[in-house]
Write a protein of this length. Structure first.
Length: 77
């Protein structure tokens, strides 16, 4: 859903670098997949087609944090 976000911190050898993948439009979501030593984060449409994809070596990923979109609930609910 619009507003989904994944933050990835990757080791670059001489420091670290941050990447943000965000669902930019209504009806899109962010999916994370880890397989065969690769971390893949994709922005996906309602039909399942990938809009953009970022791939990282799993051994270099220091942190992967998923932030779900706010569902619009009022505080305290």
């Amino acid at each position: 859903m619009k507003g989904d976000r994944v933050e990835i911190v990757v080791d670059t050898g001489d420091g670290s670098r941050n990447y943000d993948i965000v669902a930019t439009r209504a009806g899109r979501r962010v999916e994370t997949r880890i397989a065969r030593g690769i971390v893949e984060v994709s922005e996906v449409t309602r039909t399942g087609s990938s809009v953009r994809t970022a791939r990282f070596l799993a051994g270099r990923v220091l942190s992967l944090v998923e932030y779900p979109a706010d569902d619009g609930a009022l505080p305290g609910e």
